[in-house]
Design a protein around this ligand. Structure first.
Ligand SMILES: [Zn+2]
Ligand SMILES: [Zn+2]
Length: 104
């Protein structure tokens, strides 16, 4: 036993590891956590620390700007091309395709 739900006062659901909320409000808290993560998301481009600038609607944004989205895309293409050209791809047939990060 322990704390009641922070929101409604019902028994908190400790089984799911979120002791602060009942079952209903745990689900809501998770959604809010996910949303907070979107607001806090940082541009996925290497070396860029800008906030990704989610506008609160739809999918999370990964890059702070179109320029960085496109730059990341070019970098991925360049990495993929380099992987194809890599000499070791001739040493290990069938293993020449690098698994370049598939995050878009
Ligand atoms: Zn509750
Ligand atoms: Zn950026």
């Amino acid at each position: 036993m322990g704390r009641p739900c922070d929101v409604c006062g019902d028994a908190a659901d400790y089984a799911n590891g979120h002791g602060a909320w009942c079952e209903v409000h745990t689900a809501r808290a998770r959604r809010e956590d996910a949303e907070a993560a979107r607001w806090d998301a940082v541009c996925a481009l290497v070396d860029c620390e800008n906030n990704a600038g989610w506008d609160g609607l739809g999918r999370a944004r990964k890059y702070c700007s179109n320029a960085h989205s496109q730059k990341a895309y070019r970098l991925r293409k360049a990495a993929a091309a380099a992987a194809v050209m890599a000499p070791r791809s001739t040493l290990t047939p069938g293993d020449g395709r690098e698994d370049v990060s598939r995050s878009e």
